[in-house]
Design a binder for this molecule. Structure first.
Ligand code: SF4
Ligand code: FE2
Length: 635
């Protein structure tokens, strides 16, 4: 079973357990869902009003228009831009939550939080045009938080959001302004998309997609502020050695899995768990408390604290099938509702924590920033109690874990480069790109999907691109895949990197005191942290005075799945990046929309979608794009 569905070796250990115990997994449900709706796959099913649902016949003599008259192009465009709006909403709610917490800290209302990286706060203030010299950190934090929140409130259409203005090249901002797709207010742009896609509104597919691009750029804005302000509150990632895959669970410890996306509670759980080790030992857990991560909350605590990563998206159920997880604490996004049932098949406490993200059949601890530490204590206590109920006979922890060196945010990358050239840290990177030691840069992002073999394309593409001397960056569940499969350590660099890339990674790694190369794939953080990669790209582009679409830089989401990925992919092309999708996007029922995002976008924006399910072929295509860009730059 595992051979077809997942590359993860833990799956082959645990799926037989599921079968024996008659527990459904995501792969069983995927199978039961076949054949999936062809109209949905093409994006030509409309449920925007109750005259419908309407569906367009793509081949035969059936209807070419919905009851209202909407054709396939309009229906596809409306569907996909609503997905972009939903993605933007998800990331931006996360960002708003963090910004409000920073405001609370600045105003002395949140005793459980503090400013952990004041230097970064001051750098951000500088970027946003806030005076910081000679002012107290709380005063500066208040201004930063309020200016950030203004990105959710500004009503002046001609004044784009502050964060996007502070995050892109001048040329890119001009281009986006010219197309009238720069967001001025995240909330207004998301609302605007919902309004224009209502029955009987915007019926021009190109206009609709451009509206979606604006929503996607609002998503970028929300992500950038979420990442940067999280660093202020919880610390900026630095390289740390840890491990990944389900072998990080411990038989003799209270295992607490932190799952979801938002660091506001999980960071406090990390802090509080340390203080409750004795309690865990008294309950019989000789190794105390073992925190592990799942999905992007996992990535947040991985890159900041070195908490090992147990699972990425499609492996979340496998974590529960080990019978060794005492509590799975979830916040928001990418949490399968199925975990309620899985938890109840074992002793596991599934704890939901956000009031707008509950799951029937689980326990809810209502997290509030004002009582964050107390909520964290409640959760750890629940885990310790559950540990006492754990049945050791049902514990099966796969013996797979891979060493992972993670925590390469923009600052960490620049600091490592500064060890080669303190005066001009970007110079070594640029020189190596120019001389071809680094042929190009690829950012892997995005999810896992049951429409592909889990993790497989990530691994195949990374090995092939690295052998061709492409520098690899990763975020989100893509990064989780690389960590689980041992591509984020020095051995991987020695095994898979082409000679010149290996030379560069070794020079930096040795200067950084790692006694060997940097890992083959650099883990930049959670999916909200894709903005970190943009920061590095913008610094490079600014240094050579070009726009982002001139760089030999590509993005890839081989297993894109969520609405958030639709938004990220779209801002990626809007920023000028050729962006690979390994999953067929649900737009192919419209030639207008498909041509727009795969071809016309290249002329309009420089970036475009490149759809290729086969990972070998996808890597070849990305290499060709990289070479095309190198030629255009004359390097
Ligand atoms: Fe059908 Fe038009 Fe209603 Fe969509 S909006 S369901 S196409 S009538
Ligand atoms: Fe994520």
């Amino acid at each position: 079973m595992n051979q077809n569905f997942s590359l993860d070796p833990s799956a082959s250990v645990l799926l037989p357990v599921a079968k024996k115990e008659k527990i459904d997994t995501v792969w069983d449900r995927h199978k039961a869902m076949q054949p999936q709706c062809g109209f949905g796959q093409l994006g030509i099913c409309c449920r925007v009003c109750w005259k419908g649902p309407c569906r367009i016949d793509p081949f035969g003599d059936g209807p070419k228009r919905g009851i209202c008259g909407a054709n396939a192009d309009v229906i596809v465009a409306r569907n996909v831009v609503r997905m972009m709006a939903a993605g933007a909403a998800a990331h931006s709610e996360h960002g708003r939550h963090v910004a409000l917490a920073l405001l609370g800290v600045a105003e002395g209302r949140l005793a459980d939080y503090q400013i952990r990286d004041e230097a970064k706060l001051r750098r951000i203030a500088g970027r946003l045009g806030i005076e910081e010299a000679g002012r107290g950190s709380h005063e500066v934090a208040r201004d930063v938080a309020l200016l950030t929140l203004a990105d959710f409130q500004n009503q002046d259409h001609h004044d784009p959001c502050t964060w996007i203005k502070a995050s892109l090249t001048e040329k890119r901002l001009d281009k986006l302004a010219g197309l009238e797709v720069l967001p001025h207010n995240i909330d207004a742009v998301v609302t605007g998309i919902m309004a224009r896609t209502n029955v009987g509104c915007d019926a021009d597919p190109v206009n609709l997609v451009l509206g979606g691009v604006k929503g996607a750029l609002a998503d970028f804005n929300g992500m950038a502020l979420a990442t940067e302000l999280s660093d202020v509150l919880f610390g900026t990632p630095r390289p740390v050695i840890t491990a990944a895959n389900l072998g990080v669970l411990k038989e003799d410890a209270v295992n607490i899995a932190l799952h979801g996306h938002n660091p506001l509670l999980s960071d406090l759980v990390c802090e509080i768990a340390h203080t409750m080790e004795d309690e865990a030992r008294r309950a019989g857990a000789s190794a105390g408390i073992n925190l592990v991560g799942v999905c992007c909350t996992g990535n947040e605590v991985l890159v900041r604290h070195g908490i090992p990563l147990a699972a990425n998206y499609l492996s979340q159920e496998l974590a529960l099938l080990t019978g060794a997880v005492d509590a799975m604490v979830v916040d928001v996004q990418c949490i399968m509702p199925s975990i309620a049932e899985l938890g109840s098949c074992f002793h596991t406490e599934i704890v939901t924590t956000m009031d707008d993200c509950k799951i029937t059949g689980t326990r809810h601890v209502s997290f509030k920033e004002e009582t964050g530490a107390e909520n964290a204590r409640q959760i750890v206590t629940l885990a310790i109690e559950a540990f006492k109920r754990r049945n050791p006979q049902r514990v099966l922890i796969p013996d797979f874990k891979e060493t992972s060196i993670v925590g390469f945010g923009a600052e960490a990358i620049l600091e490592a480069l500064a060890l080669l050239d303190a005066e001009d840290p970007l110079k070594p990177l640029l020189d190596n790109v120019v001389n071809g030691n680094i042929r190009g840069i690829a950012l892997f992002a995005g999810c896992n999907s049951t429409n592909a073999k889990q993790d497989s394309s990530f691994v195949t593409m990374a090995k092939k691109l690295a052998a061709e001397n492409v520098l690899l960056l990763a975020t989100g569940c893509g990064a989780g895949a690389f960590a689980k499969h041992g591509l984020m350590n020095q051995e991987a660099t020695l095994a898979w990197a082409g000679e010149t890339l290996k030379g560069v990674l070794t020079a930096i790694g040795e200067a950084a005191g790692l006694g060997g190369p940097l890992p083959l794939v650099l883990h930049m953080g959670s999916c909200v942290d894709n903005s970190r990669a943009v920061q590095v790209a913008v610094a490079l582009a600014d240094k050579i005075g070009v726009d982002l679409d001139a760089l030999p830089l590509v993005a890839s989401a081989p297993e894109a799945m969520s609405e958030k990925a639709v938004a990220i992919g779209t801002w990626s092309i809007a920023l000028g990046l050729p962006t690979h999708l390994g999953i067929m996007p649900q737009v192919t029922g419209s030639k207008v929309v498909t041509d727009l995002v795969t071809e016309t976008a290249k002329e309009l924006l420089g970036g475009y979608f490149l759809v290729e399910p086969d990972p070998e072929a996808a890597a070849e295509k990305l290499l060709a794009v990289i070479d095309e860009r190198r030629r255009a730059l004359g390097i």
